[in-house]
Design a protein around this ligand. Structure first.
Ligand code: ZN
Ligand code: ZN
Ligand code: ZN
Ligand code: ZN
Length: 205
């Protein structure tokens, strides 16, 4: 038998195994190396566990009458993955409330019927102004003045609201118009004629 000759061992040919960074969901590896000739692992790569997501809250948004809202959700701050999806809440729509019509009178303006939203206050149907009505004119008859009672000129007022449209001016009482009875010299009238004359003077008023 042939004696075996000892051949010196070749040194390994080291090749680097690149490190792999861990992500939120995938494990990484530390840097390592192996021998390209024999495949022996020279420096073992160690596993770096997945980091896990970093959850950040996405605030809920309240729906209004006209804009949609969202439920609360969350996402990962690191990779942006959505962890809890936000669901859309549809707009609520206006809640219409009637604004009653107001009749116009001869002293106040009126309004047509309108409406607004009870929730947000937005006017949905504008109330239009109805102009004031004309006064309903009624004549106030003139009153003739007498010797003792004052009179009034003709005027007018509104039959509905009572407002004086044309003021009645006062005509003062005329006052007695004294007429002197002629003095009658004697021979005096018989007593009953004198009384008659006095009575006539008095009647004039
Ligand atoms: Zn080797
Ligand atoms: Zn992530
Ligand atoms: Zn509204
Ligand atoms: Zn009136």
């Amino acid at each position: 038998m042939k004696e075996q000759e000892e051949v010196p061992a070749l040194s390994h040919k080291e090749v680097k195994d690149e490190a792999v960074e861990a992500t939120c969901t995938i494990a990484g590896k530390t840097e390592g190396s192996h021998c390209t000739t024999c495949g022996a692992v020279l420096k073992e790569q160690e596993e770096i566990p997945a980091l896990g997501h970093k959850e950040v809250k996405d605030e809920a948004v309240e729906a209004t009458c006209t804009t949609a809202g969202k439920t609360e959700g969350s996402h990962c701050e690191t990779c942006g993955a959505i962890l809890k999806e936000q669901e859309e809440i549809s707009a609520l729509g206006h809640k219409e409330v009637k604004d009653e019509a107001v009749e116009a009178t001869c002293t106040t303006v009126g309004k047509t019927e309108g409406s607004h939203c009870a929730t947000c206050g937005e006017v949905l149907k504008e109330q239009e102004e109805i102009p004031m009505l004309d006064h309903s004119e009624v004549k106030d008859e003139a009153v003739n003045a007498t010797c003792t009672i004052a009179g009034k000129t003709e005027g007018s007022h509104c039959a509905i609201c009572g407002k004086v449209l044309e003021k009645q001016e006062e005509i003062p009482a005329y006052g007695h118009k004294e007429v002197e009875d002629e003095a009658v010299e004697a021979p005096a009238l018989p007593a009953e004629r004198q009384l008659e004359a006095i009575a006539r003077t008095a009647e004039k008023c």
